[in-house]
Design a protein around this ligand. Structure first.
Ligand code: C2O
Ligand code: CU
Length: 460
């Protein structure tokens, strides 16, 4: 019999990619959040205890077509309350999954029905949004793929979820000091073990001349992934799910901050018998993040730039009539933060540190309880200048709406949902407030979000 359990354990695609089959699925597939053991390290180590959606890490892949409903019942078998945020989806606010803002966290043993439409094609992901700094680090995330309705001229695609963990070298277990002061006050929780789809040194087979779409997702709490191609030639065709107007030839490297995604279309140019690689650069050194063992040759050679992905509908920002806002990011180790408001009091940096807070947005460390950054009328354009006056990079994520990065001379850069801003850098973003609700705007270095780097944007 087809039990719920076998459905979850045995399938990698929660939603059928085929619309005929999707229609036949019962409403609300079960997605059970539970503890599990996984083999991350070689066989002479113990298995690693994780928390996973569907008992795996990454969690069960969810795949639908553009415009289709996503109906998922979260069942919480974890020892903690949890919720699911559908990162990058222009979603109904009540389905956004932010515990403490859009819903109450789902207690152990209880369930919650998520039911929304995925309006835009692209590479998205979902993750726990209660105690994210712990729950995402334990493995509560998965890929959410919204396919274009049109077929693309590619041979196949690979979903590559990148992450790192702090593993104890003796026990092989995930370090449970999720609250560590160093992570909160410095660059965030950076792991000592890196993998793709939960597999260190992931190796895939490929053929020379094959054209692949790589859907790359940075699911790490804080690590920046700088990636290069070796034996592959390609184009960036989408960032944070949203298609670029024109595919951009991949040259040099791309940096993905936490929560950012890139879709690359790559041709395998390495010869049969050779290995092509997605290379990760760490401290100027290259490591194979994903190896492609070339074991044959495909008959078709493309090599010409692929067509742009079909665009998603998006309202044009009206920069001339935009409401202007500023966000000053301060704090952290080696920063200049002297005082900030916290729970109604003006505290010195030392007092903030004693209260476990290290960062401030516009002089406040109140996070979710603070004054909202912006209150916007539906349809208004907001233009926000963010200044990162700290010594660390931050990956700022807006829920519910994609924004443009505004480049020099008001040229609109790509649409994104997460913007990586280095220390001392400023960034302008602009978006149409076309999705009503209470939207979180926070640093996706999750230890930072938990210690002051969080605010809200309200759209009426
Ligand atoms: Cu991907 Cu508020 O998060
Ligand atoms: Cu940050």
């Amino acid at each position: 019999m087809f039990t719920r359990r076998s459905f979850l354990v045995g399938s990698t695609a929660l939603m059928a990619a085929n619309p005929m089959m999707a229609a036949a699925q019962p409403r609300g597939n079960i997605l059970r959040a539970s503890t599990a053991n996984m083999r991350l390290l070689p066989a002479d180590y113990p298995e690693t205890g994780i928390w996973g959606f569907g008992g795996t890490m990454p969690g069960t892949e969810i795949r639908v077509k553009k415009g289709d409903p996503v109906q998922v019942t979260l069942e919480n078998d974890l020892p903690q309350a949890t919720s699911i945020h559908w990162h990058g989806i222009k979603i109904d606010n009540a389905m956004d999954g932010v515990s403490g803002l859009t819903q109450a966290a789902v207690p152990t043993g209880q369930s919650f029905n998520y039911d929304f439409v995925a309006p835009d094609a692209g590479t998205y992901w979902y993750h726990a949004h209660n105690r994210s700094f712990e729950q995402v680090a334990r493995g509560l995330y998965g890929a959410l793929i919204v396919e274009e309705r049109e077929a693309l001229d590619i041979d196949r695609e690979e979903v590559l979820v990148l992450d790192d963990w702090i593993l104890d070298p003796q026990t092989g277990q995930i370090d449970s000091n999720f609250d560590a002061t160093h992570a909160r006050s410095h660059a965030g929780r950076i792991g000592n073990f890196v993998a793709t789809n939960g597999i260190a040194g992931l190796s895939l087979s490929a053929q020379k001349n094959e054209r692949l779409r790589l859907r790359i997702i940075n699911a790490a709490n804080a690590r920046l992934f700088e990636l290069r191609l070796d034996g592959l030639e390609g184009w960036t065709v989408a960032l944070d799910g949203m298609p670029l107007d024109t595919p951009e030839a991949f040259a040099g490297s791309i940096i993905l901050g936490p929560a950012q995604r890139a879709d690359l279309i790559v041709d395998v140019v390495a010869e049969p018998g050779e290995t092509a690689n997605l290379v990760r650069i760490d401290q100027q050194e290259g490591f194979s993040q994903v190896a492609f063992e070339v074991n044959g040759q495909a008959s078709v050679t493309r090599r010409a730039s692929p067509a742009a992905l079909p665009p998603n509908d998006h309202q044009m920002v009206d920069l001339a009539n935009a409401r202007v806002f500023n966000l000053l990011m301060e704090g952290g180790a080696m920063g200049g933060l002297r005082t900030a408001y916290y729970q109604g009091k003006n505290l010195s940096f030392r007092q903030l540190v004693e209260a476990g807070q290290f960062w401030a947005f516009n002089g406040s460390a109140d996070g979710l309880d603070g004054v909202p950054l912006a209150e916007l009328a539906r349809g208004e354009t907001a233009r926000l200048t963010i200044y990162n006056d700290t010594s660390f990079p931050h990956a700022m994520h807006l829920h519910g709406m994609h924004f443009h990065e505004v480049l020099e001379n008001d040229v609109l850069g790509p649409l994104r949902d997460t913007s990586l801003i280095f220390g001392g850098e400023s960034r302008e973003i602009a978006f149409v407030a076309d999705n009503p609700g209470k939207w979180l705007f926070h640093c996706h270095m999750l230890s930072h979000a938990a210690s002051g780097m969080m605010t809200r944007v309200l759209v009426s």
